[in-house]
Design a protein around this ligand. Sequence first.
Ligand SMILES: Nc1nc2c(ncn2[C@@H]2O[C@H](COP(=O)(O)OP(=O)(O)OP(=O)(O)O)[C@@H](O)[C@H]2O)c(=O)[nH]1
Ligand SMILES: [Mg+2]
Length: 394
Amino acid sequence: MTEYLLIALALLGLLILGGIGLVVPRLRRRPQPPLPRTEVDTRAEEDLAGPPVQAPEADLSTGVLVEPPVEAPAPTVEVPEPTAGRLVRLRSRLSRSQNVFGKGLLGLLSRDRLDEDVWEEIEDSLITADVGVDATRDIVDRLRERTRVLGTRSVAELRTLLATELVTALDPGLDRSLHTAPKEGVPAVLLVVGVNGAGKTTTCGKIARVLIADGRSVLLGAADTFRAAAADQLQTWAGRVGAETVRGPEGADPASVAFDAVKRGIETGVDTVLVDTAGRLQNKIGLMDELGKVKRVVEKHGPIDETLLVLDATTGQNGLEQARVFTEVVNVTGVVLTKLDGTAKGGIVIAVQRKLGIPVKLVGLGEGPDDLAPFDPAQFVDALLGTEPTGQTA
Ligand SMILES: Nc1nc2c(ncn2[C@@H]2O[C@H](COP(=O)(O)OP(=O)(O)OP(=O)(O)O)[C@@H](O)[C@H]2O)c(=O)[nH]1
Ligand SMILES: [Mg+2]
């Protein structure tokens, strides 16, 4: 009996132990119940979510560094300076050009009489100032003739005569106005051409500012499709004065971008469309043909009102041959001589006009947005010779 009792107790013990063995592991595996969201749970939301996952840059599938979007500041439209009297205001920039003339004239003024040395000094200073050999010979010949006829004795008088001759050499009667006004509701079209780095894009931007300051509406066409940066550069200028830019994808046909720009200008009824082109060397036939195509395609809308050739004054006489080729491909109606602030040889203006027979209409006198001035021969010669303005203004 006792044996049965013991066996029953042992079985009971086994049953209890087995039961515990089955239950305990299950209890261990059971997940913790989530903490109830109550007022007593002080853990912050982000703590619950865990730390933010930051994918290392190398893990980005594209392998491209993705920059965070920059919030564009609200555009502020600038009000450009009026153009009146700019050449006078920028006179000090030109005074660097006086160096060459100035030095020659200083020597000249130190003499009492007009002798051969004086004539040589005048000749030297004109040639050194980039006036060009032919133009210098003409100017000096005329000066000698006039002094003989007038019986000029003093060097001071000669100086005045020289100023007159320089103005004459700049052909003051030439029409230097920019044809930018719309005709019968159709915008005027300006094409801007030249070699690399001459200042075409900057000049387009500066002209747009001048026109907008005069109350005109302007559209800019970025027909320099070689580099996206070129169109960006133009768009930045346009954005500053609130003008629209028409551009194409990088590598697009510049003629079609120019065509689209004029088309858009006609549709929106702007006053002037300015077409910036890529810099090209005059000896690259393919590029010059491309420029010819830009001109022809734009002319499907109507004649181009103004084709401006932008020349860098610091390239001196070398720039003249380049310029001649451009005039053969497109019908250049005006020259913009840039970087006159960066040369001591302002005489290049005379050489350019003489060689090309095309008026210098504008001069660039700095990198600033308003450092562009209408060209005026009398004011220019006054600045060049360091004399007081003669009262002849544009
Ligand atoms: N000092 C001075 N710098 C100028 C003047 N005009 C333009 N520049 C500078 O010349 C450089 C070239 O100007 P851009 O307008 O880019 O010349 P670009 O002809 O459009 O050049 P590409 O399109 O590359 O052929 C820039 O650094 C301008 O700031 C000027 O009148 N004076
Ligand atoms: Mg450019």
